[in-house]
Design a protein around this ligand. Structure first.
Ligand SMILES: *[C@@H]1O[C@H](CO)[C@@H](O)[C@H](O)[C@H]1NC(C)=O
Ligand SMILES: *[C@@H]1O[C@H](CO)[C@@H](O)[C@H](O)[C@H]1NC(C)=O
Ligand SMILES: *[C@@H]1O[C@H](CO)[C@@H](O)[C@H](O)[C@H]1NC(C)=O
Ligand SMILES: *[C@@H]1O[C@H](CO)[C@@H](O)[C@H](O)[C@H]1NC(C)=O
Ligand SMILES: *[C@@H]1O[C@H](CO)[C@@H](O)[C@H](O)[C@H]1NC(C)=O
Ligand SMILES: *[C@@H]1O[C@H](CO)[C@@H](O)[C@H](O)[C@H]1NC(C)=O
Ligand SMILES: *[C@@H]1O[C@H](CO)[C@@H](O)[C@H](O)[C@H]1NC(C)=O
Length: 464
């Protein structure tokens, strides 16, 4: 074993030296196991011979102006290729021939001015494509079509005025979760194409800091995304800007300052109606449903409709729900049957305008807390029942102790009544009777009366 290693090591070393010599790499390149790092060496060309074992090639910060056809062919393990901060303005056909193992390609901070259909057609395995900070004005409609494994594409800080959203579909790009098109020059978005994108793409679609023209439909789309909690909107709220009447100097942060959109509910009544928010609440707790209207008048009237078609107006229905003057509805102690979609209708009589909002309420049972309570409660009930029965037996039965053996058949005991009764009445040691007797009692109670507990709970907490 040792002997074999002793022979192999010098052999491997000599072959490595030979290989490096043949590759004629810049002496500044560092080869670290499967990484070849040639960054910041002023290279104007990719070296002809690259180590066949390389998984990562780093040519960041050089002066590469163009890439030869098949520059990275014959590297079966190549996964990551870094070409950022160079002067590439175009890619020639076949640049990535035989580079199909590539998964990460960084072409950011170059001078690319377009993305042609053929650029990445050989790169079916690509997962991450970095093209930000170039001068790209156009992405051809089939440029991303062969990238079936694409997960993240970064195209921000370019000069795009549009993007072929229609080329991204569930079946064409099943893994796509990030598409960054922020900081471009898009004045108008093809909202229908964007609405047709898979939700996984929509939630990772970054569109802030474009030159969008303010309009209701655009506003409503982003507002919905905000309500759905998409990070693309949440993390860049303030950078979502649009130009009032397309005027470059009149840029507004439209998620912060919604005044410009106050009339959208008139222009697009149908679109704003189904803005929906969701609320999850544990059973027994109170829930506050806000009626998030964009109406700003001073004399607004609110009304809620519960999932059971019950109309609620201030001050509420006085035992389970309370309504405030600001339109908020409070469910005092939520029950599972309170789940469903609540509608809030806002009416501005002076301007004769109205709006409708939905809040989808889901009441969840808190398993770990409800069950001990359940058992505790039924145990208590069982014990009280047993005690009462024992007392009844002792004090109310007409016969004396000498007739005890005749008592059980004489007592009427309906089938579904607590079976603890019979087991307690039989003269067996208490240690053995109480266990099973109590269990049976408990199960029959929980099965026959499940809504009993929440009801009692409701009245208890609403009294507080
Ligand atoms: C490229 O791959 C093809 C087959 O897919 C092969 O015939 C050809 O020799 C490869 N070229 C290089 C330079 O490795
Ligand atoms: C917004 O975009 C412009 C040009 O499109 C760019 O110059 C600017 O740096 C971007 N702002 C941010 C905060 O990214
Ligand atoms: C909204 O409509 C009202 C009444 O028609 C009008 O006075 C107001 O200027 C409009 N707001 C905007 C931002 O267009
Ligand atoms: C409670 O509501 C009922 C009708 O829903 C009403 O008749 C009754 O007066 C209310 N009670 C109080 C105290 O508001
Ligand atoms: C409405 O009033 C209730 C009770 O005073 C308060 O808890 C809630 O935060 C208010 N909602 C808004 C949107 O102001
Ligand atoms: C609400 O507004 C729509 C038009 O925007 C109108 O058709 C409808 O009658 C209004 N509803 C109420 C209750 O005023
Ligand atoms: C409300 O939310 C629940 C769970 O979050 C969901 O299953 C249900 O489909 C929603 N209802 C509507 C009408 O969106």
């Amino acid at each position: 074993m040792l002997c074999a290693l002793g022979v192999a090591a010098p052999l491997m070393l000599s072959s490595l030296v030979l290989h490096l010599a043949r590759a004629a790499l810049h002496p500044g390149c560092l080869k670290v196991s499967d990484i070849l790092s040639c960054s910041n060496l002023g290279l104007e060309q990719v070296p002809k011979q690259l180590p066949a074992t390389a998984a990562t090639l780093d040519f960041n910060h050089n002066h590469l102006v163009r890439l030869e056809e098949g520059s990275f062919a014959g590297l079966p393990h190549l996964v990551t290729l870094r070409l950022a901060h160079n002067q590439l303005s175009d890619l020639s056909p076949g640049t990535f021939r035989n580079t199909s193992s590539l998964r990460h390609l960084d072409l950011s901070s170059n001078q690319l001015y377009k993305v042609d259909n053929f650029y990445f057609q050989e790169l079916a395995g690509m997962e991450e494509l970095l093209l930000f900070n170039n001068h790209i004005v156009r992405v051809e409609s089939n440029a991303l079509i062969s990238l079936v494994n694409l997960r993240k594409a970064y195209l921000s800080h370019n000069r795009l005025t549009d993007f072929p959203f229609f080329s991204i579909q569930e079946h064409s790009h099943p893994f796509l979760v990030t598409l960054d098109l922020s900081s471009n020059r898009m004045p108008k978005l093809p909202l229908e194409d964007i609405a047709a994108l898979p939700v996984s793409v929509q939630s990772g679609l970054f569109l802030h800091n474009n030159s969008l023209i303010c309009e209701c439909a655009m506003y409503v789309m982003f507002k919905r995304w905000e309500q759905k909690g998409f990070n693309s909107v949440k993390d860049y709220r303030e950078e979502h800007t649009c130009l009032v009447y397309g005027e470059p100097r009149a840029s507004v942060q439209f998620l912060e300052h919604t005044r410009f959109f106050e009339n959208c509910s008139i222009k697009l009544p149908g679109l704003l109606v189904d803005i929906e928010s969701t609320l999850q609440v544990y059973a027994g707790e109170s829930a506050l449903l806000e009626c998030q209207t964009s109406l700003k008048g001073r004399h607004l009237t609110y009304q809620w409709v519960s999932p059971h078609q019950e109309f609620i107006a201030p001050p509420g229905n006085n035992n389970t729900m309370r309504m405030y003057a600001n339109g908020s509805l409070e469910i005092l102690a939520a029950r599972v049957e309170d789940s469903g979609v609540y509608w809030c209708m806002v009416l501005d009589r002076q301007q004769s305008r109205n709006e409708t909002r939905e809040v989808n309420v889901t009441v969840i049972m808190r398993h770990h807390e409800v069950e001990p309570f359940n058992t505790g409660f039924t145990t208590l009930l069982g014990c009280v029942v047993s005690l009462v029965l024992v007392l009844m037996y002792l004090y109310l039965t007409p016969c004396r102790c000498w007739c005890r053996k005749q008592a059980p058949p004489a007592t009427p005991s309906p089938a579904n009544e607590c079976s603890a009764q019979s087991s307690i009445l039989t003269p067996t040691p208490p240690a053995t009777t109480e266990g099973p007797g109590r269990k049976m009692c408990q199960s029959s109670l929980t099965v026959s009366n499940p809504p009993l507990i929440p009801d009692i709970w409701t009245t208890v907490s609403s009294k507080q």
